[in-house]
Design a protein around this ligand. Structure first.
Ligand SMILES: *Cc1c(COP(=O)(O)O)cnc(C)c1O
Length: 393
């Protein structure tokens, strides 16, 4: 059969067609009234998408750019910081803290598990200037309890920075009520546009910290970016095409919410939750184990390769048979798991297709599975979630 290219990876994700068209049509100069209006609208919409009253700042950079900004702008050399790490992205905080001369302590969980609020409670001290964590650890599929961890540092001098690059659009946050000081997102995840934009919300407490934080920053200077953002401008040449694409994507999310962007965000999160629950049920019905055990988030489902199988072969078969890209494990986890993302423009039909393809791929590899067992379990979850009356019949 023919193969339609599909991205089922936790970034980049499938592109929204209207965003692609907006990109292709974006020929404006960035120092014009037309672009200022667009940029102002996108920054305002991002505030709603993040769910905060705080200002949102955007950089033309991959998500790591905003992570770097959250270290460079909030710390001084020698500062003590606490890092919550459950995988490759948690380890990225360690690399950044080291690069900026911070003394960091790490509360760690083995790959596939979450760091518990109790672990954080035992480790956090008043001298920690910042706590850095992931909402969802994309390398393993786990989700941290951001709400509980936020409660531990609320009202203390420890700032809370959350990498929600795959958390936004897949997890409900109440950033301001919980006291999240910096909440970070990226364009190639739930907002359905190509890689290249990073954004973050910044609290009043965090803006104040920047007055005294001494680490160097130039391109990733949050205060400079905020000042220019208030005028509808970016400090340097922004990716105008990506900004246009992001505007179209936020419009789509608003439309899905019946004209209300916050309602659209909720729908997008519920969509990911349902797709993830369907995929987990399918994996279980097929006799597969979740790599992320009982801590799985909705951004992606990490499925452990069956005994004796290299997950690289599953990834290859998805691509060769169906043109579908699923992710392998990263680093030391390569070969042990596959990751199927439910971020952004990924719907019921994509979910069913990915599960159907998984059944075919496993059967081809000689794993004893019953065709339709995964699909049946997924259908049941879908019916129970979206049409309780029908499921009860
Ligand atoms: C994708 C991702 C990032 C950012 O990675 P970039 O390659 O810099 O965009 C950071 N954290 C998490 C949890 C991610 O999923």
């Amino acid at each position: 059969m023919i193969r339609k290219g599909r991205l089922f990876t936790p970034g980049p994700t499938q592109l929204l067609p209207s965003a692609q068209l907006a990109m292709a049509a974006a020929t404006m100069h960035h120092r014009t009234a037309e672009f200022r209006a667009l940029y102002t609208r996108v920054l305002a919409d991002l505030k709603t998408f993040v769910g905060t009253k705080n200002d949102v700042v955007m950089f033309t950079a991959s998500g790591t750019g905003a992570m770097e900004a959250a270290v460079a702008n909030l710390t001084s050399p020698g500062d003590k910081v606490l890092i919550v790490s459950a995988g490759k992205f948690g380890e990225r905080w360690e690399g950044l803290a080291k690069a900026y001369g911070c003394q960091y302590e790490t509360v760690r969980a083995p790959y596939g598990e979450t760091v518990t609020p109790q672990q954080v409670r035992d480790a956090v001290k008043p001298e920690h200037k910042v706590l850095y964590m992931q909402a969802t650890e994309s390398s393993t599929g786990v989700r941290h309890d951001v709400k509980e961890i936020a409660r531990l540092v609320k009202g203390t001098d420890t700032l809370l920075v959350v990498d929600a690059i795959t958390g936004l659009g897949t997890t409900h946050f109440d950033a301001d009520a919980w006291g999240i000081d910096v909440l970070i997102g990226g364009s190639q995840k739930a907002v359905m546009v190509p890689p290249g934009l990073a954004y973050c919300s910044v609290s009043e407490r965090a803006w104040q910290r920047m007055e005294t934080a001494k680490n160097p920053r130039y391109y990733f200077d949050l205060r400079k970016e905020r000042k220019n953002g208030a005028k509808g401008e970016s400090s340097y040449t922004p990716s105008t095409a990506l900004v246009a694409a992001l505007a179209a994507a936020l419009d789509y999310i608003r439309e899905q919410g019946g004209g209300d962007l916050a309602a659209g965000r909720k729908l997008l999160i519920d969509n990911a939750e349902t797709a993830a629950a369907m995929t987990r049920a399918a994996a279980k019905a097929l006799g597969l184990k979740l790599f992320s055990g009982s801590s799985s988030g909705a951004a992606l489902t990490a499925i452990a390769a069956p005994d004796g199988v290299d997950s690289s072969d599953i990834v290859k078969a998805f691509r060769n048979r169906f043109g579908a890209i699923v992710a392998n494990g990263q680093g030391e986890m390569k070969g042990q798991l596959i990751r199927i993302a439910h971020l952004g423009y990924y719907d019921y039909l994509d979910t069913i297709a990915a599960i159907g393809a998984l059944e075919q791929v496993l059967a081809e590899m000689g794993i004893p599975i019953e065709f339709g067992a995964g699909l049946k379990a997924a259908q049941q979850v879908y019916a129970e979630t979206t049409q309780p009356a029908m499921a009860a019949r």
